[in-house]
Design a protein. Structure first.
Length: 375
């Protein structure tokens, strides 16, 4: 019987003290990145894990020192670790002063999926009949990283070849950028689309054709499980960042009761304290909310609401914890005093069912399928 348990921790943004930026408007608490990751590892050490997955943004901004520190730390763990790059990990394909290149990234994480990889993507059996495919969504145009993620054509062709040969396997895909929308209108929003994979429909068509149901993403720093409507469900399981509220990580367990039919049980944990901060949850919730006003103001003044400055200013106090509640997952919003347009807009972010942090997904592993070629 197939039975595998693995952890997910993502968007670590590891920053050694000399690489922590002096000031930042981000929600990242990079000064606590190592302590928060260590707390997650302490919980993982209590479990009998088969593997740990980290879906990108391993470091603050691609610093060589941070990558070397992390790769060394991961090599000391008693279970295999698999990583992929995020937009913060490789800021230039050739690297720069103090930052890592694409080739050096593969060498640095050779033991984390890239041992035989010629590119920034790989396929790895992590247990009998369980295949992890690590994709690279960090895309460069003319040497400059693009605003949105993308899976290049050669990588998609490689993916089809891998899936063609993955008969009777449970296939799980890990990619940094979101593939299915986690927020209403995310793919069209100026604020949300940068977290989406630009050619997500093309990737989803391939995964749907081969019966792949599980995608693990990061980047957005929220706890959310989004489902796509295809002949069978496809789940984009986004995990929040260990360096921003609510400092989450996940434990996943897949079991099959009968060949080809199984359940993926998902549970979430949150770092509660680190040295010097006894109540990290409350402290970071306030930290995030203190810095959320410019972001929330843009939600109010951009399309589709398009409120003027005065009207936006009146609503800001009631939206102080709006993004923090989204980041934690399973949020329910009620704004009865808002005007109808604003009320509808913000209440649509409510979770219709509490599945973002703890749920069980029904998964079908294709067995003996005969597939027609992709169109």
């Amino acid at each position: 019987m197939m039975d595998i348990r693995f952890g997910i921790a993502t968007d670590l943004h590891i920053a050694l003290p000399h690489t922590v930026p002096p000031t930042t408007n981000r929600f990242h608490r990079t000064e606590h990145s190592i302590a928060a990751f260590d707390a997650a590892l302490a919980k993982f050490s209590e479990l009998d894990l088969d593997a740990l997955l980290i879906s990108g943004d391993l470091t603050q901004d691609g610093e060589i020192d941070n990558h070397l520190w992390l790769s060394q730390r991961l090599s000391q763990l008693p279970y295999p670790v698999y990583v992929i790059p995020g937009n913060h990990d490789i800021v230039s394909p050739q690297g720069g002063e103090g930052t890592i290149s694409a080739d050096a990234f593969r060498r640095c994480y050779a033991s984390c999926g890239y041992a035989n990889a010629e590119k920034l993507y790989y396929s790895q059996l992590i247990a009998p009949q369980v295949r992890l495919i690590g994709l690279n969504s960090v895309f460069f145009d003319g040497g400059k990283q693009t605003y949105r993620g993308q899976i290049d054509h050669a990588q998609l062709q490689w993916l089809v070849e891998i899936l063609d040969a993955s008969e009777n396997e449970l296939v799980m895909v890990m990619v940094h950028h979101n593939v299915i929308e986690h927020l209403p209108g995310q793919a069209q929003s100026h604020l949300g689309q940068r977290y989406m994979l630009q050619n997500a429909p093309e990737l989803l068509e391939i995964l749907s054709h081969y019966g792949v149901q599980l995608i693990f993403t990061g980047h957005l720093h929220v706890q959310d499980i989004a489902q796509g409507s295809y002949p069978h469900p496809i789940y984009d399981i986004a995990t929040g960042s260990t360096v921003s509220y609510p400092h989450p990580f996940r434990v996943m367990q897949y079991r099959e009761a009968s060949p080809g039919k199984g359940q993926m049980q998902i549970e979430s944990h949150f770092v509660q304290q680190i040295p010097g901060i006894d109540d990290l949850q409350q402290e970071s919730r306030e930290f995030m909310s203190d810095r959320s006003y410019p972001f929330i103001k843009r939600l109010l003044t951009d399309d589709p609401l398009g409120l003027d400055e005065a009207a936006a200013h009146q609503l800001l106090p009631e939206l102080r914890y709006f993004w923090a509640d989204i980041a934690r997952g399973d949020a329910e919003f009620r704004f009865p005093h808002f005007e109808p347009a604003a009320r509808h807009y913000f209440e649509q972010f409510s979770c219709t069912a509490p599945v973002d942090n703890a749920t069980t997904l029904q998964i079908t592993r294709p067995i003996g399928m005969s597939l027609a070629p992709l169109p």
